[in-house]
Design a binder for this molecule. Sequence first.
Ligand code: ACO
Length: 412
Amino acid sequence: QGEREENETEKGLRIADKGFLNTAVITSEITYIDGDAGVLRYRGYPIEQLAVHSNFLETSYLLIYGSLPTRSQSKLFEHEVMQHSIAHHDAESLLRAFRYDSHPMSILTSAFAGLGSMYSEANPSLQGQTLYTKGDAACLANMDKQIYRLIGKATTLAAMAYRVRQGRKFVTPPAGLSYTGSFLYQMDHLGEEEYKPSPVLEKALDVLFLLHADHELNASCTTVLQTGSSLVDPYSAIAAGCASLYGPLHGGANEAVIRMLISIGSPDNVPAFVEQVKRREKVLSGFGHRVYKTSDPRSFIVRKTADEVFKVTGKDELLETAMRLHEVAMKDEYFIKRKLAPNVDFCSGLIYRSMGFPLDFFPVLFAVPRVVGWLAHWRQMMLQPGGVKIWRPRQVYVGPSVRDYVPVDERG
Ligand code: ACO
């Protein structure tokens, strides 16, 4: 499928696979997707079971280390992540420098890159060696430390990106709260002693984080691995992934869905909007997926979570338009023929909106948990037998053959 062009080379036929429609660049043990059946499993465990029985940090351990943690492993992991959540003083100075109207994904991307300058022990070239060797305890401990830091600081940097735009003081991560509880506290705390995040919203966010934690080789994960394959420090690789996630075809889709629903205006305008999509004048954000050719299994869990959240926050006024859009699109031949169905972003934005997050913050709520998936893949690559091979794809050249340089006065 897709456009194909070829070059004959000394090594045989080279075929351009635009958009990587059919190219596998790694073998992986982390996440399994069957896009035709709507199946998603982390390390073999169905996403539906994890969403009900696990939590974000336990699932993070599973994704990164390959098995569900024992009680003591789980406690230690949570302790290390939360311990590393406090931001470096230099990170605070860096984030203070951003304009009040900066997009929070720009801030977060820069913040992750900035961390690379603050933790030089994570940089192999500064150490003059390849840092991560399987079986070397010191190397593995070093790698674990960067992992704890990145997961721990992701919520802190995200909350700082939120507060800096309002000119509000940063809040030190509190002790004794869960990962998402601490995040909500850092976002919302205004200085009153009695502030406590709503347990329903804290749990809902935890479920959403779990669902977003990994999705195998999407654009951002591929970017992390491509960048990491040069043995750059993990902070720079995660920053690259964050930049890739920012776009509206990927992690920016949850923001784009809400902008689309606002522009549609009311359920009555849905049929006309769908016609515009079919004429290719508009894109139906939150629909379609490179891998899923049926409903994204995460979208059902997101809808259940939305019901819980709306009991606390009240229904979002855009919900009816979203439901009508879903109904009309799913019955329309254009979408049926192309196997287009809702993806995880179709409903997640409605939850974030009703929880009071600003629209342009939604991709950040995708990036924070996805740090875990990026790290799981990065760790797998760094520890693969035989070491890391730099990712250097080839192209099919279709430009001019050799030409002689023409001086400027002779170019007509
Ligand atoms: N609205 C209208 N038509 C669509 C949509 C859509 N959302 N998605 C795909 N199509 C059409 C394409 O125009 C194409 O039609 P054609 O065969 O007549 O040319 C056909 O369906 C196949 O789509 P492709 O673009 O080839 O699919 P691809 O795998 O390259 O793209 C993508 C997948 C980027 C997700 C696409 O479906 C899209 O743009 N969706 C909207 C943005 C979105 O929701 N992104 C979030 C993805 S999930 C995630 O990152 C969490």
